[in-house]
Design a binder for this molecule. Sequence first.
Ligand code: IMP
Ligand code: MG
Length: 488
Amino acid sequence: MHKTYINHSLFALTERKTILRQIPMNTIIVGAYWGDEGKGKIVDLLAADSDWVVRYNGGDNAGHTLVVEGKKVVLHVLPAGVLQGKNAAIGPDVFFNPESFLNDIKAVEESGFRIKGRIVVDERAHIIMPYHIMLDGKNEEKTGIGTTKRGIGPTAKDKAERTTDLTVSDMIHSGFREKIKQAVEAKKDELLTKGIMKSKYESEGYAQKIYETYSQHAEKIRNYAGESTYLLNDEMQNGKTLLLEGAQGSLLDIVHGTRPYVTSSNCTAGGAAANLGINTRKFKVTGIAKAYPTRVGEGPFPTELGSYENAKKEEKGKPLTAAERKKALDGDEEILGRWIRQDGAEYGATTGRPRRTGHPDFVALRYSAMINGTDEWAITKIDILGGKTFKAAVAYKKNGTTTRKFPFKLEGWQPVYGEKTYFWKAMTEQDCTEAVKKGYDALPQGMKEYIKEMVRYTKVPVSMVSISPQREITVIKDVLKRTSEYLK
Ligand code: IMP
Ligand code: MG
């Protein structure tokens, strides 16, 4: 009986693989840690094989810094693939800031790229209003979550509350002025208490002012507004390929993340199914694992190097002295953290804040792989670790207890590091070019050891290793095959 079961499941697996090979590969991209994993670069790279790139969560709290053809572009709402002339959709669950969206379009055009594909903004997407942004700032003074102050939380609150929310559809149809008036009226007490409005007699004028700006945005957005659920499902039916881009990172997920230090949307692969109304069984999940974790904003971070307090005080971009580098190599964590921050340009693309940096955390990665159903990793920014020594967490401990599970309340858990200290000499430009040509074998030995441990611990192979900010310099050849061998 047992045997039959195994045979049957093996057959199903082979069959499934054959089927999977026949259908075009749709991909969901998710950040493995707390965001800023360099997803933009991978999305941009994979977009070449996709017909549509789709944003399914978050809002302009996200920021992608892209370096394409030597030009740097920062995007907050538009998915990275638009630089390649791909069609782009902004799904119904995105918190939509019309101004940021229009700025993104401007940024693309001003850097010499052209938007060639279709752009569809789902009419059901909720719009971020000026008072949401102000409320986020005011709330932040009390909560200390360290949000991006883009109004994400307050917009999400209104959306869940269901009577004061406004959508792209509201914005482009008649009655928008009235809807804003009603929303402001309903939120009057809160806006007064928080000092966003000075007097209750002001509400009509306040609403009118918002209308004047937003109705201008509406005129520009009207052409992009549409419906994405049928559209994307139909496109898939017609054999078109989709690349879904998850903003933020898995550990910032509103359900599975390190609450309350999380964002207001679903950042996991499953979120894409719910948010877009799409069958995600037809997708491969690629987890973007930056070679080292970073976190911007408050909240627990077990493998953090140094402290956030000190990171905030340090001079941005100041290079380390030779003596400091030596100290870092000898194990000074504070300096290593700073070194990674400088070399990795770890400053928020949206807020400019310094990002906290940490040793790699296999416990967090394994959890991330579990909650996303990650099929493969794309490792980004591994070049930044070249020439540095570092460790990787393989468990957490607290009050005499050790665990390999990612605790719901992460506060107070200390990392337990594996025995290995990783090191390899930084790759030169020539080494990089050669590695792209030759594949996995050409990567430094220390780097491969780190990758091997990560794969074995997380039980997920690697399909891409990004060794430079340039889109073209990513090692793909035979990486999946070679790292899958680690799992045998
Ligand atoms: P919010 O999304 O602005 O409400 O911020 C909530 C938390 O998520 C804060 O810790 C932010 O720093 C973090 N966060 C939001 N968006 C991003 C992102 O795109 N990258 C990294 N962190 C983010
Ligand atoms: Mg970012």
